[in-house]
Design a protein around this ligand. Sequence first.
Ligand code: CDP
Length: 228
Amino acid sequence: MNGKKIIIAIDGHSSCGKSTVAREIARRLNYIFIDSGAMYRAVTLYCLRNGIVDKGVVNHAALIADLGKIKVYFKNNPSNNHNDIWLNGENVEDEIRLLEVSQNVSPVAAVAEVRHLLVSLQQEMGNTKGIVMDGRDIGTVVFPEAELKIFMTAQPDVRAQRRFDELTAKGEKVSYDEIRANILERDRYDETREQSPLRKADDAIVLDNSAMTRKEQLDWVLNHVSKV
Ligand code: CDP
């Protein structure tokens, strides 16, 4: 890689560990990690709080009218050195992970005006290179010129178990079946929407981490980074 800074785009299915590996890669390479899904989740939290989305149904006119009031950005959290997501002056890093947000995010993320706003913010963040960004459309729409594109997936049961363990460890009362259903529903929604559907970029390499440890997947990605 000759020490040159690149853009690494990691796209893929829901809850397959994209953010985990992206964060670890960024730490290893001294890059900036950006969780684009956190931005869609923060907009969704705003919509939930303001009655703009309910049970997966979006009030488009109200959302578009309020878009100018929704300020989403990342700020370093000195306690753990993470870039936490903020919404209008409030750190919402924990709240955006609630299952209720997961159950409403895909319809919000399918709104063209929301995507235009967030994609342009994401592209600005990539101006400096040395970025690892994960999401659904990073290699296809946000950074089609990214030097390394990875498409991540894992078997649905493995993904559901990982997300169930993550949420229960945080004390959230959730059912495994509800989580599994949400993961499959988001995949379906994200893959079939009109605006920037989730798909593997032609030049992306596939990482199925169903049977991999965190260390194995990290090494797999680092190996591909070294070949760029
Ligand atoms: O962590 P998980 O894989 O469960 O989801 P996420 O990355 O936090 O993304 C949440 C949702 O935001 C996805 O299901 C998509 O609907 C949407 N999203 C998107 O449309 N485009 C992105 N670049 C990132 C997320």
